[in-house]
Design a binder for this molecule. Structure first.
Ligand SMILES: NC(=O)c1ccc[n+]([C@@H]2O[C@H](COP(=O)([O-])OP(=O)(O)OC[C@H]3O[C@@H](n4cnc5c(N)ncnc54)[C@H](OP(=O)(O)O)[C@@H]3O)[C@@H](O)[C@H]2O)c1
Length: 235
């Protein structure tokens, strides 16, 4: 079993790489070539037992990389943030539509071009659906629709807030996670455990392990996975 992980340097991506290696999967961890920490990440992934790949985000190049590595599973864990856009040297191309949708869609097309085609594991988000005014949700909905329209096997993972000890501070997410968890713990106390397990925050370790456990069990199929299932399998 071999996996190609896009977004491997991210908070969740790192945990997915570790969980895959721990499960005995051969891992290709993608690093964007313009990363200021390319050498550091390459060495880190090597020390974790994964192989680093820094193919540029160009359609033909990504397609070639997927055809050379021939993964059984492709993980799409890429996403930008408003903070990234503010500090980007190319803010026009640091939007949810160009990064979260655009790069993941490129990866999806590369996966579709393979025979046999790999399964696609997409880290989406709670609340994704049609008609949302949010650019973040619109980008994710567009990608989900294309994934569903493809012939690929897929998992679409929909966590609420991802919490934990990040290298960078994300105050908004931390506050949303804490407030949400307080309310949901109250619900759990009165017996609404299912609601708690579906909507409470997830730390990256549980999320990474849960995603990998779902991806490795028997047939991948074509299905949505909620946070309750991830929580149970990632403990
Ligand atoms: N945080 C939450 O509460 C939450 C909740 C639900 C869903 N999600 C989604 O889950 C995914 C993973 O979340 P996370 O918190 O683990 O993300 P993260 O730590 O911010 O990592 C994002 C990944 O995307 C890459 N990336 C960002 N902008 C890029 C660009 N312009 N070109 C190429 N690569 C780029 C980053 O690469 P570099 O390391 O090189 O920057 C990194 O590997 C994201 O798509 C996020 O939107 C997040």
């Amino acid at each position: 079993m071999k996996a190609f992980v896009a977004g491997a340097t991210g908070y969740t991506g790192q945990e997915v790489v570790k969980a895959l290696v721990a499960a005995g999967v051969e891992v290709v961890a993608h690093i964007r070539p313009d990363s200021t920490k390319l050498a550091e990440w390459t060495e880190k992934f090597r020390s974790w037992g994964a192989k680093a790949d820094s193919t540029p985000w160009v359609e033909d190049e990504i397609q070639k990389a997927i055809s050379v590595h021939k993964p059984d599973l492709v993980f799409g864990l890429i996403g930008t943030t408003r903070a990234r856009k503010k500090t980007s040297t190319d803010p026009e191309n640091e939007t949810y539509m160009s990064v979260d949708y655009g790069l993941t869609a490129m990866l999806l097309r590369a996966a579709e071009a393979q025979n046999p085609a790999p399964g696609f594991v997409y880290l989406s988000s709670y609340g994704v659906g049609p008609g949302s005014p949010s650019a973040y949700i619109q980008a994710r909905h567009k990608l989900e629709e294309e994934l569903r329209a493809s012939a690929l096997d897929f998992l679409i993972i929909r966590p609420a807030v991802i919490t934990g000890d990040r290298d960078e501070s994300r105050l908004g997410e931390e506050i949303a996670g804490v407030l949400g968890d307080v309310m949901l713990k109250g619900l759990k106390a009165v017996g609404a455990r299912k609601i708690h397990d579906k909507y409470a925050s997830l730390d990256a370790q549980t999320l990474g392990r849960g995603m990998v456990a779902c991806a490795l069990e028997s047939e991948l199929g074509r299905r949505d996975v909620d946070a309750a299932e991830i929580r149970e399998k990632g403990q």
